[in-house]
Design a protein around this ligand. Structure first.
Ligand code: DON
Length: 307
């Protein structure tokens, strides 16, 4: 298949959509980003990449970081983890508080904010401090992306903390139900730190290969997690990776995926490749509008959906 030509065709088709949607202005530092940007990358199992658009431009990975932290939590806690965080879709917005109260402080899944905050808390308990936890998270990302130059944008992390009332509320509610071990502010700051990591679509598509290949990096042959853990992460990406638009994403794209409010999305084609797309204009559920369309066009043109 001529992947480069397919990416060029996709770029042409989504061009009229660029600028539509709304950038994530609830994080003030992200509100000034130009919504007309677009990038898409594919990484195959031999490491070959195909790229289109601004594929070297760094952006805030935001909730895509939840895939990395969930991977670390499953690696260390295995199925015990599901006592503190579930694996059901929430059907609610990513930052919703209501369900968490009804369900006694146990978040539905690791990809809504409450779930990811809880995952970060579990990692802090495992690594003993918020500093060492952040260091382990970023080192893990650098390893699976096979790229040393990956950093946090401190201005974004600060901006998130300054306006972090909702996430602080989610963490406080979990603490009140005895489902958070560490201090609310430490946990939320560490969560914001990993959300504020910057990557580009080339790095992100490369970083997801282990999930397309049963937990093994096909390029370096490193084993990160077991095949059954890789299956679970893919399943949760498919059912919960786009919050209350997860059904839409599965319906239109047909791949396990994870979005972030920075406008990035990653998607997995099992046994074949990993993809990443970026365009900052978001739909009402906080997922990239042109990015989702580009992935839909990709699976339609190639037939490479899981269905
Ligand atoms: O906590 C937040 O609201 C952000 N740091 C992450 C949210 C996010 O990326 C939702 N994804 N589409």
């Amino acid at each position: 298949m001529d992947y480069q030509k397919i990416l060029e065709d996709i770029e042409l088709e989504i061009k009229p959509m660029l600028g539509d949607g709304k950038v994530a202005d609830y994080i003030p530092v992200l509100s000034s980003i130009d919504p007309n940007q677009f990038a898409m990358s594919i990484t195959l199992f031999d490491g070959t990449q195909y790229n289109i658009g601004a594929s070297q431009k760094l952006f805030s990975i935001q909730s895509i970081s939840k895939v990395f932290t969930y991977t670390l939590a499953l690696k260390f806690y295995a199925d015990k983890f599901y006592g503190r965080v579930g694996h059901e879709p929430s059907g609610d917005p990513f930052n919703s508080l209501v369900q968490l109260e009804y369900e006694n402080g146990v978040p539905r899944n690791p990809f809504i904010n409450a779930g990811a905050i809880n995952v970060t808390d579990a990692l802090i308990s495992y690594y003993h401090s918020s500093e060492s936890t952040y260091k382990e998270i970023i080192e893990f990302i650098r390893s699976i992306a096979d790229e040393k130059e990956i950093y946090m944008d401190k201005a974004v992390a600060l901006s998130e903390m300054e306006h972090g009332y909702r996430n602080i509320s989610l963490a406080s509610l979990m603490k009140s139900f005895d489902n958070l071990d560490n201090s609310v502010l430490d946990v939320v700051q560490t969560y914001f730190n990993h959300c504020s990591i910057e990557m580009n679509t080339q790095m992100l598509s490369r970083s997801m290969l282990y999930l397309a290949n049963h937990g093994f990096d096909p390029v370096t042959n490193k084993a990160y997690i077991s095949p059954s853990q890789a299956k679970r992460i893919n399943a949760v990406m498919l059912t919960c990776g786009h919050y209350d638009a997860s059904g839409d994403f599965a319906y239109n794209v047909g791949l396990p995926g994870k979005s972030g409010v920075g406008g990035g999305i990653v998607a997995i084609v099992p046994a074949k490749m990993a993809l990443s797309v970026w365009s900052p204009g978001l739909n009402a559920q906080g997922n990239s509008l042109a990015g989702t369309k580009a992935l839909e066009l990709f699976t339609t043109k190639t037939g490479l959906s899981i269905f």
